[in-house]
Design a binder for this molecule. Structure first.
Ligand SMILES: Cc1cc2nc3c(=O)[nH]c(=O)nc-3n(C[C@H](O)[C@H](O)[C@H](O)COP(=O)(O)O)c2cc1C
Length: 182
């Protein structure tokens, strides 16, 4: 699949079939996350970690503490930042900001990979971090930043509106339009 096609046609999928996602596909999605950029290549020290949730009973409990989690998702991957390691290796800014950005980078890669494999996925931030940490036994210094739900799509949502490039793009100076009419 062409990169542009993947970017353009990916949608947040919130309805899934019950069909389980094969091990090999999960592995590919995780690899896509692993290969995402990270500040100073910080991931090298294990500052970005993934927790895969496959167990149906655990998924059910996660759903109860995650108002934004699609109801039928058979599987989820939590992109977590290991803030302790980030601080030890790169300091406060890395702990408080860069690790979170690194997780977002990994999530976008995983969304695109899932889409290219014929799967549906959705980023979810609406979950109780405290509860998720307890359920998944995530240590104090590790933060679940984003959840990605994954499964075979059972819906084909229309693309949501996206703001016109002209309205958000400037040239050389903020406010000077890059795209001028006429
Ligand atoms: C940081 C972030 C948090 C999100 N959290 C949720 C969420 O909790 N629940 C949900 O259903 N979708 C969530 N989404 C998905 C967005 O609603 C979705 O990306 C947006 O509506 C655009 O749709 P599209 O992904 O199909 O282009 C989140 C997306 C991002 C980037």
């Amino acid at each position: 699949m062409e990169v542009w096609d993947a970017i353009r046609r990916r949608r947040s999928i919130r309805k899934y079939k019950s069909q389980p996602v094969g091990e090999e596909l999960v592995q590919k999605i995780l690899e896509a996350g692993r290969w995402a950029p990270s500040a100073s290549n910080m991931q090298m020290w294990g500052t970005r970690e993934f927790v895969v949730v496959k167990d149906a009973k655990i998924m059910e409990i996660i759903r109860k503490v995650s108002p934004g989690c699609p109801k039928t998702a058979p599987l989820a991957i939590f992109a977590c930042s290991n803030r302790k390691r980030a601080y030890e290796k790169c300091g406060k800014f890395a702990r408080d900001y860069l690790t979170t950005v690194d997780c977002a980078m990994a999530v976008e890669n995983m969304l695109l990979m899932a889409h290219s494999l014929g799967l549906g996925a959705c980023t979810v931030k609406s979950f109780s971090s405290v509860a998720v940490k307890q359920i998944l036994e995530i240590p104090e210094n590790v933060e679940p930043e984003l959840m990605v739900t994954i499964g075979y799509p059972d819906e084909k949502p229309a693309p949501p509106p996206k703001i016109a490039l002209e309205k958000i793009t400037y040239l050389d100076r903020y406010g000077d339009k890059l795209f001028k009419k006429g």
